[in-house]
Design a protein around this ligand. Structure first.
Ligand SMILES: [Zn+2]
Length: 102
């Protein structure tokens, strides 16, 4: 696939497509430099994704995106949260020990 001149836009678009699939409605999705996290989600609906996710494979990007978007529905990493994560990103547990928290 040809490399896009606007990779951060592609990541945002990917997150928006996931939002539709997950039936959540983030207020803002932004991509910016984050040093200690891969992503975050605020109670007011702002989802932030780390710019260097672009260096990781697509499945890992999906894991972080789906994880943060699910926080719009579930504050905690409870049973439903994990069940939905498994439904949409099978095998996500192999990423759980990644060096940064999300
Ligand atoms: Zn989380």
């Amino acid at each position: 696939m040809k490399k896009s001149p606007y990779p951060a836009q592609d990541l945002r678009r990917r997150a928006m497509a996931w939002a539709v699939r997950l039936k959540v409605n983030p207020r803002v999705v932004r991509v910016q430099e984050m040093r200690r996290k891969w992503g975050s989600c605020t109670a007011s609906g702002t989802v932030t994704l780390a710019l260097d996710l672009l260096d990781r494979d697509k499945r890992f990007q999906d894991y972080v995106i789906v994880h943060e978007l699910l926080h719009l529905r579930f504050a905690r990493h409870g049973r439903m949260f994990k069940a939905l994560l498994s439904a949409h990103v099978p095998g996500w547990r192999e990423y759980e020990l990644s060096s940064r928290e999300i």
